[in-house]
Design a protein around this ligand. Structure first.
Ligand SMILES: [Zn+2]
Length: 237
């Protein structure tokens, strides 16, 4: 992984500053791809696109609108795996962007409740941002399921989880996709129905959209999951 500059961002409400590093390039060679479109890539750090202010709890996007002028310049490009060391080096190179703070800490990713708050507070400025937040919410639920923080039975009854699935389906319905496009949303649409336990609906889309792709390993896997009435995301081939 090659890191780029680290930039400082200010909370629009109270000006509290946090930092966010940029990545020039990373590898996704060892990545695991899931059917909910989640990518688990150990060689590619997760960098938050928005965060919650530690001082006033305002949720804001880490983008050009909140970026403070002047970057914390990173060391010459190095192939490091030791992120803590890089952060230390960068923290030493303080500049005016710190405002009246002695130190600036990396922006934290939103947790499950934080993502729900962001959606509730309408921080999304367009459909793309809503899509991003709703995918993030789905993935955070699925990660919690994977690491045992929530049980499948609890998730099946979680109204926020189910409402988010329907909101994602609505967002997908509003988009115009070329049906021959490899990134067409039907696979994901089918999966969303399956996560919500609507297996009939899932099979219907599979029959209609993938009639000619029944041999595809991922389509076979999805059919199998439907037959077993399994609602979990699976690893793609
Ligand atoms: Zn703040």
């Amino acid at each position: 992984m090659i890191l780029g500059n680290t930039y400082v961002y200010a909370c629009p409400d109270c000006q509290f500053r946090v930092s966010k590093r940029s990545v020039r390039s990373g590898t996704r060679m060892d990545a695991t791809y899931y059917s909910d479109l989640r990518i688990d890539a150990p060689g590619y750090p997760k960098i938050p696109l928005l965060t919650k202010c530690e001082q006033c709890e305002c949720i804001f996007w880490l983008d050009e609108t909140t970026k403070v002028e002047g970057a914390i310049v990173s060391e010459p490009l190095r192939f490091y795996n030791d992120l803590d060391h890089i952060q230390e080096v960068q923290d030493e190179k303080k500049n005016l962007a710190f405002g009246d703070q002695l130190e600036v800490h990396p922006a934290k990713e939103l947790d499950l409740e934080g993502i729900k708050d962001a959606l509730f507070m309408n921080v999304q400025r367009d459909c793309e941002e809503e899509h991003y937040l709703r995918n993030l919410l789905l993935w955070t639920y699925h990660e919690q399921l994977q690491n045992g923080a929530i049980l499948r039975e609890e998730l099946n009854e979680d109204l926020d989880y189910l409402e988010n699935i329907d909101a994602l389906l609505n967002l997908l319905a509003d988009k115009n996709y070329d049906k021959d496009d490899d990134n067409n949303p039907h696979f994901f649409r089918t999966e969303l129905h399956r996560y919500a336990g609507r297996f009939k609906q899932c099979m219907k889309i599979l029959r209609f959209r993938y009639a000619l792709k029944f041999w595809h390993p991922n389509v076979k896997k999805m059919k199998q999951q439907c037959r077993e009435r399994n609602r979990d995301a699976f690893v793609l081939n």
